[in-house]
Write a protein that binds this ligand. Structure first.
Ligand SMILES: [Zn+2]
Length: 273
């Protein structure tokens, strides 16, 4: 363990703990996404642990908004959407952070953070539902776990042999020294990979999947899903005008692609525009 500045230590410790529960490898078919997901080295429980540690850091380092204009809206919208997505709202934490950037994020372990900057461009509850639904979908689809798996494999250069390595360590109780050496090596990589994995931008594919999941949750919760189109259009305008720094927008797919994808999804929901 290398002592590091302040709050990052707990994330690193959690990531290390995650690495020690190695042995899961391969692909898992996700029915809702209709595709295989790479899951290597990082179990969902370990991701949740790392996510919760990161969330704790963020809560200590950033100012949590107590402004009722924001909190009342989030406290109205988030539970309704969570129930619609089959989740128990009591298991989730969702907070508004005082930060002027156009950003929102989700962490494994059922945490959602929304910046005041992005709250300010919303005209109604449904537009917040578009953002919260998007973030719930990232968590539901275990996008962070998949991304960490990809990072881990990329760093180890093991893309082609992941399953072989995993099964040697995971299934053979006599794997012994070989296996523990692998585990140590993986732990080192994961200590970095998982930590950054939680904050790195998602791929365009993950973003579009989260958009699609988000509007499905909106519709199930009884929100007008077409407000998602309105919201992302406003996001694009706010970013273009450079009223505020737009991290959320810059790490996300081009507006045209996103809007086109959303239109298609909304049409399938029968709410159409
Ligand atoms: Zn996203």
């Amino acid at each position: 363990m290398h002592p590091k500045a302040g709050g990052r230590r707990s994330v690193k410790a959690a990531a290390l703990a995650a690495a020690l529960s190695l042995g899961v490898a391969g692909c898992a078919y996700n029915e809702e996404l209709g595709r295989n997901q790479l899951m290597f080295g990082v179990g969902e429980d370990s991701m949740a642990e790392a996510g919760s540690a990161a969330w704790q850091d963020i809560k200590e380092q950033q100012t949590i908004s107590r402004d009722s204009r924001y909190t009342e809206r989030l406290n109205r919208v988030a539970p309704r959407l969570l129930r619609a997505s089959g989740e128990d709202p009591a298991e989730w934490e969702y907070l508004v952070f005082e930060d002027p950037t156009l950003n929102a994020f989700a962490l494994p372990g059922k945490k959602i953070g929304i910046h005041t900057g992005i709250m300010d461009i919303m005209q109604n509850d449904a537009q917040l539902a578009a953002v919260v639904g998007h973030e719930i979908a990232h968590v539901e689809y275990n996008h962070a776990g998949e991304r960490s798996s990809q990072n881990l494999l990329a760093q180890l250069g093991l893309v082609g042999t992941s399953i072989a390595l995993g099964s040697r360590c995971g299934d053979n109780p006599r794997a012994g020294t070989d296996c523990s050496q692998n585990a140590q090596q993986l732990a080192q990589v994961l200590g970095v990979g998982a930590m950054y994995g939680l904050i790195l931008p998602y791929s365009r594919k993950h973003e579009l999947e989260a958009d699609a999941g988000g509007v499905r949750y909106m519709a199930r919760a009884g929100y007008d899903a077409s407000e998602a189109l309105e919201f992302w259009t406003r996001m694009a305008q706010a970013s273009a005008n450079q009223e505020r720094p737009a991290e959320f927008a810059s790490t996300h797919p081009a507006t045209e692609t996103r809007i086109e994808n959303l239109r298609r999804e909304i049409a399938q929901l029968g709410q159409g525009t």
